[in-house]
Design a protein around this ligand. Structure first.
Ligand code: FAD
Ligand code: NAI
Length: 469
């Protein structure tokens, strides 16, 4: 091996956790390198996750509106059609622009970028296998290797017929029938994309409700809306076997109680039953880095593993949701700690957004979980039916739900179902970060007519009465 540079910090993985940590640490004066095996920076999020999925959600939403909604506004488009390869090309351009942007940011901030596969060599050494094999040294090593999709044992991914999100983001034609296994975030976002573009979509979920991690009330309304949009959703159902024959997939389904059995044939299946931490080939066992039972890296409050000098952030660690903004905040936090600063992250105020139409966004614990804590709660809701902007937009589906502490009015959680929920939830996140109350929001002036007035009125309902219902 060629023994090369010595750095203050080597980051393994160029996703939202890794690249953000690398840039922040360099901004704070450290000599930083980042190793990425994929050939482009940005990780799952920019290459095969957040960014391409939102590009397809946006394009398919416009198509669906042009086809089904524009006539209602008096916009007459005689024939609407969709060019899937062109849509995919526009998606690819957005991805390339953003991944290339990170490379420029590395240059600007003097982060050394090693293209290759990294593994731990012990003794503060990292081996990088790329065009050449090199060993670099660092005082600190930060693991940000992310996650990968979970495969079902009887359905091996071929990314053409049996797909993870990566294959389902890249279809070059609309599958006539798409089966989605797992009614979580990926399944419902990508299921919506292909349903809008013309696929028959059948969603199979093991639990008795979709998005079981979501507030039950909100999940019920979300389910109703998706069903109305044409998604066929089978809850309490498991896929017990599957095979590919003649380019089609044949799946054996069984209700969880075993009473009902059914066979489904489809042009493609998206398996979206969760993701697992990715640490293959890193050499963690050689160095003795501790993993939990589900193979996540265990870290302390300073993101340090059980081994001195080795740290980890993002999807690969045992704490917090698998979200890009959570990984980024951890990246900044750990870089600040490396530079002797305090660092800050609040796991209680991480927003969640599902970018369907309408979007679903929430922050804080579910009402069920807060009840389990034995707290005295107050719950209030405001429907978008009663919001003037939603009415002018002819887009009145959904509501704002607020859960507060019944004694103090402190805001404990907010959920929003609405076209703009992902942007709007930031207001609740900020309020909760400042330990705010519903009254703090209810007495804050909100522009009229905006969708955010529904948030103000839901909060007014928590301590007084709203005006418009
Ligand atoms: P990753 O982004 O996975 O990055 C890890 C990087 O490390 C990868 O590029 C990998 O190639 C590299 N790597 C791994 N091992 C090595 C090695 N040994 N040597 C060198 N490099 C290595 N989150 C959101 O917040 N919002 C969304 O809208 C959203 N949409 C998503 C849609 C989809 C379809 C998917 C799959 C995920 C989505 N996510 C979303 C989740 C988000 O992508 C992840 O939470 C986020 O990317 C995690 O960042 P990370 O840096 O921890 O890991
Ligand atoms: P998920 O955890 O969101 O959903 C998985 C679903 O599959 C759950 O409803 C679960 O009950 C169900 N399930 C599990 N095993 C099953 C089985 N054998 N048969 C049928 N159903 C089964 O996982 P998903 O959708 O794969 O996403 C992975 C991660 O990616 C999520 O944790 C999410 O945080 C992240 N992500 C975030 C997005 C966003 O922020 N908008 C978008 C896409 C992904």
């Amino acid at each position: 091996f060629i023994q090369l540079a010595k750095h203050d910090l080597i980051v393994i993985g160029g996703g939202p956790g890794g690249y953000v940590a690398a840039i922040k640490a360099a901004q704070l004066g450290l000599n930083v390198a980042c190793v990425e095996k994929r050939g482009t920076l940005g990780g799952t999020c920019l290459n095969v996750g957040c960014i391409p999925s939102k590009a397809l959600l946006n394009a398919s939403h416009h198509y669906h509106d042009a086809k089904h909604k524009f006539a209602g506004y008096g916009i007459d488009i005689p024939s609407v059609s969709m060019d899937i390869p062109k849509m995919q090309g526009t998606k690819a351009k957005s991805v390339t622009r953003l991944t290339g942007g990170i490379e420029l940011l590395f240059k600007k901030n003097k982060v050394t970028y090693y293209k290759g596969f990294a593994s731990l060599e012990g003794d503060k050494k990292v081996k990088v296998v790329g065009e050449t094999t090199e060993v670099h040294e660092a005082d600190k090593i930060l693991i940000a290797t992310g996650s990968e999709p979970i495969e079902l044992p009887f359905l091996k991914f071929d990314e053409k017929v049996v797909c993870s999100s990566t294959g389902a983001l890249d279809f070059q034609e609309v599958p006539a029938h798409l089966v989605v296994i797992g009614a979580g975030v990926i399944g419902l976002e990508l299921g919506s994309v292909w349903s809008r573009l013309g696929s028959k979509v059948t969603v199979v979920e093991f639990m008795d409700r979709i998005c079981p991690f979501m507030d039950a009330d909100v999940g019920k309304e979300f389910h109703r809306i998706l069903k109305k949009q044409g998604l066929q959703i089978k809850t309490s159902t498991k896929v017990v076997a599957g095979k590919v024959e003649g380019g089609q997939v044949i799946l054996e389904l069984e209700s969880v109680d075993g009473a009902k059995k059914e066979t489904l044939q489809a042009n493609a299946v998206l398996v979206s039953v969760g993701r697992r931490p990715f640490t293959d080939g890193l050499g963690l066992d050689k160095v003795g880095v501790e993993l939990n039972a589900k193979k996540f890296i265990v870290v302390d409050d300073h993101f340090k593993t059980n081994k001195d000098g080795i740290y980890a952030v993002g999807d690969v660690i045992h704490r917090g949701p698998m979200l890009a903004h959570k990984a980024e905040d951890e990246g900044i936090c750990v870089a600040e700690m490396f530079a002797g600063k305090a660092g800050h992250i609040n796991y209680d105020t991480i927003p969640n957004v599902i970018y369907t139409h309408p979007e679903v966004a929430w922050v804080g614990k579910t009402e069920e979980d807060l009840k389990k804590e034995g707290r005295k709660l107050k719950t209030s809701k405001f429907p978008f039916q009663a919001n003037s902007r939603a009415v002018t937009n002819v887009d009145t589906e959904g509501f704002v739900k607020v859960v507060t502490d019944a004694d103090t009015d402190r805001l404990l959680s907010m959920s929003i179902i609405n076209s703009n929920a992902g942007e709007a939830i930031a207001e609740a996140v900020l309020a909760m970060e400042y330990s705010g109350s519903a009254e703090d929001i209810g007495r804050t002036c909100h522009a009229h007519p905006t969708l955010s007035e529904a948030i103000k009125e839901a909060c007014m309902a928590a301590y007084d009465k709203p005006i418009h219902v």
